[in-house]
Write a protein that binds this ligand. Sequence first.
Ligand SMILES: [Zn+2]
Length: 209
Amino acid sequence: MTRRGPQKFPGASLRYWYQDDFGGDAMEVNVVVLHTTECRTVPSYEGGSNAPNLTAVPDFGAEKLKWYQHFDIDISSRALANLPVGVETNTLNVCQVELVGTCDPGRHHRWGGGSPHLYWPEAPDWALRELARFLAWMSEEHDVPLSGPKVWKPYPESYGAHNGERMSGRTWNGFKGVCGHCHVPENLHGDPGAIDFATLIAYAREYAS
Ligand SMILES: [Zn+2]
């Protein structure tokens, strides 16, 4: 596998780098999978054993996302479930991004207004634009199409095997573009919920053109 294109997202910190510990499979990425961490800082990912390729942390003062990279772009990461039978998930040419914050309205409420955090279904414009810049880069450098599923259900409706938006194995095997953990087969998680995907992709197309 040739692993074409730059393997580090410019500006990303390598402070929590896990590829030396976990290796991973070489791929040519054609999918970005979005997650939300359901916490407010960079998770430890059990020492990296369930880490994505990148984590994006909101900096509310600067109105920027601070990026941490854990694996090369074209190396498989570890944030998806994968059953022994069926399709491949982590290793099926996907680059995974964990967005620090929540998609859960209950958690958002519990965290409350006194604690700055990103509730991704109501992400401020700057956060969507920052994420869109990454997607535009993935399109330009790694040919990931700036398109994806129409339906992004709110959490907790988005949870479970039969959430009405999860792809079949066959659809997943042919998919190229941007989707959520909630769309990946063999998985139950409902993140990143009702992110404003139409606006996100519109911004990404603007930056990519
Ligand atoms: Zn997830």
